[in-house]
Structure formats: structure tokens, C-alpha cells
Design a binder for this molecule. Sequence first.
Ligand SMILES: Nc1nc2c(ncn2[C@@H]2O[C@H](COP(=O)(O)O[C@H]3[C@@H](O)[C@H](n4cnc5c(=O)[nH]c(N)nc54)O[C@@H]3COP(=O)(O)O)[C@@H](O)[C@H]2O)c(=O)[nH]1
Length: 625
Amino acid sequence: MHLRRWFAPLALLLIVWSLFTGASVADGDRNNSLPTDLLILLFTIVILGASVVFFYWRQIRRRQDSDQRLKEHTELIRNILDSQPDMVYYKDTDGRYRLCNENCARFIGRSANEIYGLTDADFYDSPTAALASQRDKETIERGAQCIHEEWLHNADGRPVLLETRKLPLYSKDGQCTGILGMSRDITESKKAQKNLEHMAHHDVLTGLANRILLNEQLDYALQLAKRSNKTVAVLFIDLDKFKEINDSIGHAVGDLLLKDVAHRLTKNLRDTDICARLGGDEFIVVLTQVDDASTINEKCDQLLSVISQPYSLQGHLLSVFASAGISVAPQHGESVDALIRNADVALHKAKELGRNRSWMYQPELSRNMHSRMSLEKDLRDALVQNDFRLVYQPQFRQNESNPLRVETLLRWPHPLRGLISPHEFIPLAETSGLIMELGLWVLRSACEQFLAWRDQGLTLEKIAVNVSAIQINGSFAESVAKILDDLNFNPQWLELEVTESLMMSGITEVTQQIHLLRNMGVEFSIDDFGTGYSSLSKIKSMPVSVLKIDQSFVRDISDESSDYEIARAIIMMAKSLGLSVVAEGVENQIQEDTLHRLGCDWLQGYFYGNPLSGEEFLTKYNTNQ
Ligand SMILES: Nc1nc2c(ncn2[C@@H]2O[C@H](COP(=O)(O)O[C@H]3[C@@H](O)[C@H](n4cnc5c(=O)[nH]c(N)nc54)O[C@@H]3COP(=O)(O)O)[C@@H](O)[C@H]2O)c(=O)[nH]1
């Protein structure tokens, strides 16, 4: 490189030197100067020629190098553009495409070369092309990047949502030369975003509004109603015994049922009304812009009746009922929370009153609810502080003076309110879930007492313990077995009293648990028999050994009464099925005589003895003392 650079100056130097030396030689030796001059001249011409050739050769090489570099540069830029996931293009100020990458060419359906020099009007319909040109103009006028979303049809005719950024480009002297455009296909991401938004505001199973959307919509409905002096009603709807359907037939059918209920509700509402699912089997319906408040109850009952029409789901014919609590704005609250809370309170009342009905909120319901909540707290404390007590009521075989069986009954001596009836606190323990712990405490304590009596000489055949339906879940048998095992308690000494409706429910889980315990030797009796709706044929298949005639039939048992007929029928049926019968609530001689005549095996009631504490029971009935 260095040699090449010095070659021309050297050649020039050589020419000057040769002219100079040629002149000096001519001065000194004229005879010999001609051939030398010629040589020098020739040499100089050669050198000059070589220099010129070299100069041009160097110029050509330089241009070739720069062309090559330009080519490499252009290729690099094209590669960079083509590697972009977006469509990239450049249009001049007349809207003619001067550059576009492969993605852009593919979208348009022509090669980049074909696109060169064309305008949007050559690819798109006139409104689309006009809009694109208008946006180009706006971008140039604004002198800054503009972003917009646009639907375009790609080369296959598929509509594509593009997010397009347009940017004006300028020459060195500040003249706008055109628009650089970058468009990204956001069809799928927009769809996903919409789905996410929908999911965030809707219940996945039913597609109804969820709590978030309900809050927004109800809030808006309340504002509208306030302005127009109208009423808004909130209906809190809950399916009755949905858990039992779910447990017995399965969650798949349960899901279908919820979907169907949602469909029936929406079909029977106006477009302006709101229907939401809060989860589980809880639905909220909001009747907006109600002119006449007296129509609310009617509408609610119509919805409950629609829900109660039979369902045919996966081959199962189901009847489902629902209860509803109603709150009305502004009387029962002006905020979303207050209205939903009060509708919920009213729903509890509807359920308490026997389900399949609606109930309108009243302020005293909240007061009751508060006292119930405080009692529930006391119940929890009582469990922790071991405040509960057990009492025992004897059961006598006909003509026997010593009890052979005993029923365990729970007592709660409340520190302020005195003795609270199990009729009051057992339902509370059930709804709060405390019954699980409380029930197992009763069972363990009763078994311990039975063993203590035995140790002290009082030998009984069996001890009965009441069990709430809600206690019989999938781990019930295991929990009972553990207690019996811990205490080394013979399962044949234990009888569990369950209600008729539980036995009749046919819930698979319950039947399985009862069978597990029966196989261990635990006996089951049906408590308060006759108050449910057992079909006599069904009794045969029930895993029980004892029927307890409800005390309501014993109370007025006399030869002529219908109660007498019922008691007689129960005893006859039980005998024919090989079951024992216990009559509860026996209070006098007439009742005892009648039951004797009817052949009742076992008798229990105040006539024989009140429920007693464990010690009192031992003192009274231990004949071995
Ligand atoms: N799940 C659980 N339920 C329980 C438990 N302990 C009790 N209970 C249930 O509460 C209901 C009310 O029980 P209680 O107030 O104890 O009343 C029982 C007896 O005291 C009463 N009785 C007994 N003899 C007579 C009588 O001659 N006359 C009369 N009027 N009443 C009498 O009857 C109730 C008998 O209960 P039961 O045999 O179970 O029906 C009651 O439903 C209890 O089952 C518990 O631990 N768990």
C-alpha cells in the first residue's frame, strides 16, 4: 500500500531528475548525449504511462470496493428488514412504495420488486386506500410517530388486525421524503387479551357476570335508578341441596345443571337486568329500573318456578329447587355491598323457613343474624374451653326395670344465657361447620363414659349417639374407627342415630360410609322416624337395625287416634323387616300401655327417667353398687 502511494511522486521525481541530468550531460558531453537522452525520455514515458495506468486502475478498484461495500450494506439492511416480525415499508410523499420487507410483500401478495412504485390503491379497495393515504398525510403534518389499529385483508383474503406505526422521514435539508411504516399482526394477541378480559369479568362455567362485573354493573344500575327515581332489586338465589346432587350424581352433571340454571335465568330476564354467578350454586339477579316494587316478589317467584322445572342431564331426570333472598334499593341499602349482604341475610331466612321459597329482607333479620354470629363465636369458645356437657337418657326393654341401652344428649350451659337447647345450637354448629369437631368430641366422650361405667360395674348393651347429616362426609367412618380404636371400644356397643331424610337421600358417599361402619359392627338407627317421607319399600334396603318412633306420634297415642295407626304401622313394618323399635317421648302410663299392646320393643322418655349426667346415671342405675 505504502509503495503504491509513493509510486507517482517517485515517478515525477525521476522525470525531473532525468531532465536535469539529461541537461547536465548535454552540457558536458554533447557527443554521447543523444542515446542517453533518448533512454531517459523513454524511461520517463514508460514511468509516466505506468503512473497513469496505475492511477486509473486505482480509481476503478476504489469504485469496485465502494460498490461492493454498498452491495453488502444493502444486503445487510434487507436481511435486517426481512428478519423483522413486523411488516416494514417506506413510501414516498406521493404514497408510492419505495421499500418493503418480505413480511409486507407476503401480506400484499406480491414480490418486493413488484410493489416498488405502486400505491395502496393498487392493492386495497378505495376506502381502505383512502384511509391509509389520509393517515400518511396526518403523520407528515404531525411530524411525529402516529399509531393506529386497522383491519386489512391479507393476500388470502383473511381479515387481519394490524397495529401500525407511521413515522415521517426527512432529508438532510429538513424536507420530508416519505413515511416509514411498521405494521404488526395483533389479531391473536387482541383476541387473547379480550379473552383474558372476559375471563376476569365472567364466570368460566356459565359465562355469566362474575362478582367483579356484578359490582360494576350493579353500581351503575344504582346510579341510573337514583337519577330516574326507580327501584333496583337484588335477588340472591341459591339452589337447595345442590351439594347432594353433586356428591351423588357427580360434578359433571352438577356443572351441566348450573349451566342450565344460568340459561333459564337469563332467558327469563330483560336485557337490562343483570345475572351473575358468585360461585358454587349462588346466583345474583338484579332487576334494574323497576317501576312497581310490588312486582319484585312475583318476578322472583317466577324465576324460582322456572328453576324448579325438571332437568334431563346425561340421562338423569332431576328436580331442583331454589331459595331466594331479596333486597331492594334504596330501602334496604344504597350500596352494592349492603344490598348483596342484605339479600344474603334474607336468603338465610328463606332457607330456614323450609327452602324453595323467596324472602324479602327486613332489618330485624340483620339483628337476628348478628346475635346468631355472636352465638356462633360463643360456640367456638365453648368448644375450646370444653364447656359442653353430656347427659344420658335410659332406654328400657318392655317389662325390664334396668336400662340396657342409653342415648347420649348434648348440653351447652352458656355462661350468660344458661342452658341452651340443642334445637338452637346444633343447627348453628351445622351451618358453621363446627359440628364436625363437636360431633367427634361427643362420640369420644360418650364412648369414654360407657367404658367408665363398665369399669364401675354398670354394664349396658349399647350407647346411642346422635349424628348430624353434615358429619357424614368421606372420612367419617375413618374418624369413628380411629376413636373406637384409640379407646379399644367394641364397635358393637355403639349405635349411631341418623335422620330419616339422610337415610333416604341415597347419597352414595353416605351409604358407603354407613356400610363401612356396619361392616365393623356399628349399629345404625333412624331417629324421629315417621316425620320424613320414607316409602316403606325403601326401608328394606336401608342399612339400619332400629327405628325410633318420633315422640310426636307417641304424645297423642290412644286407641282411636291417627297417631296410633301410624305407630302401629311402623311397629308392624319394623317387625316384618326384623328391625327393633324404640318409642321416644313416653311420658305416662297410657302411652306405655298402648306401646306394650302394639309390641314396641324399647321405651324411652321422662316416664322412665330424665337425661342424667354420667355420675347421676351411674348412681341411679348401677345395681352392683
Ligand atoms: N347431632 C346431634 N344432635 C343432638 C345431640 N344431642 C341432642 N341432639 C338433638 O337435639 C335435639 C334436641 O335434643 P334434646 O333437647 O336433648 O331432647 C331430647 C330429649 O331430652 C327429649 N326427651 C326425652 N324424653 C322426653 C319426653 O318424655 N318428652 C319430651 N317432650 N321430650 C323428651 O327428646 C329429645 C330426644 O332426642 P332424639 O331421640 O335424638 O330425637 C334432638 O333432636 C336431638 O337428637 C348431639 O350430640 N348431636
